[in-house]
Write a protein that binds this ligand. Structure first.
Ligand SMILES: Nc1ncnc2c1ncn2[C@@H]1O[C@H](COP(=O)(O)OP(=O)(O)OP(=O)(O)O)[C@@H](O)[C@H]1O
Length: 337
């Protein structure tokens, strides 16, 4: 659980990120996104593919690809506004204060270097006084920490000689070596088989609880959210449409999109069956409909939803929703607006 402290570890306010695409004007992929992460807190970001989860994370860590720009808003890390820093100053935080784990571990590993050389570099950055021998021992200790069998043998290998699960453990070993205050995990288990997934989630949990690391956990799997997170941001079309503690979100979801995601969650006996999904498709961000971007798919949409973008409103402490008619159908029956 999160340790409450005066200033949040991360405070994102009114973030907007755009991409310029050839032949198109700038497309807003993240819009009006605000949230905080406290020290030791796990905040999950959920939503369908293309909802802006990764772009939010990449904006925070400063790793947007060419063409992507934070166009407004602020990102304060331990009180320092990162959007005001130069690219060089920004790199100071990478790896050291913030680390990111991606879905595909190869994107974080150097294919040309043995594991021991890569990890040794990471260790040496933070513990400059260590001798070569001590660095090697630290590398083996890190590999043990992430449950790598036979660390000495694995240290000698190149990334392509390891399985996907082993590679993801190595990436987590990197994150531990850097001792980041904020860890961003973007679908870290999606590419792995189910038993390995559980081990990787345990490792991230261990890293977070032992070091009070703040975590942003990106996933489209609500079962993982229930297991890992303190708080949840639900994103749709680049915006937060619901923010809540995990308990309240599962107990009483308010946005029709969140309710749809919950209904599409497989139960244990349905795991083998075809999964239900929300009717319709995610909107094209370059051609968003007027009003609430979810209205074409919303079972509760009324005339107002087609003209007005709903503001994110706090319904009760810590539970906000961007919907004019939040809650289940029966909650709005007496509503004549
Ligand atoms: N390099 C890029 N150039 C232009 N647009 C991009 C680029 N990368 C992503 N986008 C667009 O940004 C929007 C948000 O994408 P993002 O990757 O944040 O979604 P996501 O919610 O993380 O989805 P997923 O679960 O599939 O990773 C999408 O419409 C996507 O097409």
């Amino acid at each position: 659980m999160a340790k409450q402290s005066a200033a949040p570890l991360l405070s994102v306010q009114n973030l907007a990120t755009s991409f310029s695409r050839r032949g198109q004007s700038n497309v807003r992929v993240v819009d009006d996104v605000s949230f905080e992460v406290a020290e030791g807190e796990v905040v999950a970001i959920v939503g369908e593919s293309g909802s802006g989860k990764s772009m939010t994370a990449l904006s925070v860590i400063g790793l947007l690809k060419r063409g992507g720009n934070v166009v407004s808003g602020s990102i304060a890390f331990q009180g320092e506004n990162l959007t005001k820093l130069s690219a060089k100053e920004r790199r100071r935080h990478h790896g050291k204060d913030m680390a990111m784990i991606f879905q595909e571990p190869m994107s974080s590993l150097n294919p040309m270097m043995r594991i021991k050389a890569q990890l040794a570099e990471a260790v040496a950055i933070h513990q400059r006084s260590l001798s070569k021998k001590d660095i090697y021992h630290e590398v083996l200790r890190l590999l043990e920490l992430v449950d790598i069998p036979d660390p000495k043998a694995v240290a000698e290998r190149f990334p392509h000689q390891l399985s996907g699960g082993m590679r993801q453990r190595i990436v987590i070993a990197f994150a531990i070596a850097h001792r980041p205050k904020l860890l961003i995990a973007d679908e870290p288990t999606t590419a792995l088989d189910v038993t390995v997934q559980a081990n990787i989630l345990d490792l991230i949990h261990k890293l977070h609880t032992e070091n009070q690391t703040g975590v942003i956990f990106i996933t489209h799997d609500l079962n993982v959210v229930a297991e890992m997170a303190d708080r949840v941001l639900v994103m749709y079309a680049g915006r937060i449409v619901e923010e809540s503690s995990v308990y309240n979100l599962f107990d009483d979801p308010k946005h029709p999109y969140t309710i749809g995601l919950m209904e599409a969650m497989p139960t244990l006996d349905e795991l083998e069956a075809t999964l239900a999904s929300i009717p319709g498709t995610a909107p094209d961000l370059a051609n968003l409909p007027e009003g609430c971007p979810f209205h074409p798919r919303c079972p509760k949409a009324r005339a107002e939803c087609k003209s007005d973008m709903p503001p994110l409103r706090e319904l009760r402490q810590g539970h906000s929703v961007r919907c004019l008619f939040p809650g289940k159908e029966e909650e709005n029956l007496g509503d004549t607006n």
